[in-house]
Design a protein around this ligand. Sequence first.
Ligand SMILES: Nc1ncnc2c1ncn2[C@@H]1O[C@H](COP(=O)(O)OP(=O)(O)OP(=O)(O)O)[C@@H](O)[C@H]1O
Ligand SMILES: [Mg+2]
Length: 305
Amino acid sequence: MLAIDANHLHKSFGPVTAVDDVSIAIPPGSIFGFLGPNGAGKTTTIRMITGVLIPDHGSVQVLGTDVLRYPLEAKLKMGVIPENGTVYSDLTALQNILLIAKFYGMDKRSREARAEEILAMLELRERRNDMVRTFSKGMRQRISIACAIVHAPPVLILDEPTTGLDVHSRRLVIETVRLMNRHGSTILLTTHNIEEANELCSVISIINRGRIVANGSPEKLKATFDTSRYIEISFEQVVERTIFTHPDINRVESWGDKWRVYSQNLDTLVKYLADLAREQDLTIISIATSSPSLEEAFVQLTGEE
Ligand SMILES: Nc1ncnc2c1ncn2[C@@H]1O[C@H](COP(=O)(O)OP(=O)(O)OP(=O)(O)O)[C@@H](O)[C@H]1O
Ligand SMILES: [Mg+2]
């Protein structure tokens, strides 16, 4: 059974098609990243998955429960951190967590134990009795996360959990996500930070203008963009561009005392260059392969600069 199984989701707002035939299948135990530029449709998709917004078409199941038909049952299986956190400003940090724990029907003792555990995890212990109103953005976001994980949900959904946070708060959020995952929660998070997706996620989907444009592991997505890969090589001897003649070579550029030789097939290219040097009696001073970045893949797929 999939943790999240969303099929053919569509949502329009008047003339704007926000989400256009989006399907997402997330196996239990994974950290799934939903990546896309501003306005791509990430939040709209998340809101349909979490039962906040009714899709025009399509279906969503969370751990086998149909979100449209059984929203309450489905919501009990999820912890959600929405784009704009929903914490109570006029309650303290501790009161916020205890209140949500009560909503989930936890008994008093486990509510208190869990609240302490989470406050420690998110480094909010010293501020536990302060009104959330007095908190910084990073601290508010941590409270929002605390409330979402209080019942140890099997599925945790986070909409841009680290946007606008400093390095320290960001680290805490990421560590908490990892910890929840290690303890068995399946994670769905959205981000436009490619490095974050690369660092955290086992699988990502890239969405652009309401449509999914690519799927796969970060490494696989990077590899899809092999056309921009090259080998940088320099020889002791001066050589002409024309010595590089292999049919797999797309392009050759001169970079200072080095050559950048572009090809889809780096393996063939390395072997060819070694043979070439041997045949022509050239001494190789340096040779290196480029690794395409996920950012490159993202830029190509979304046409964003
Ligand atoms: N309630 C709404 N009414 C009208 N249009 C909406 C509504 N919600 C979203 N949209 C539109 O749907 C599109 C997708 O928006 P969405 O918030 O899903 O994007 P996003 O990928 O989450 O972007 P961001 O990275 O900026 O959060 C946008 O064009 C947005 O203006
Ligand atoms: Mg959004």
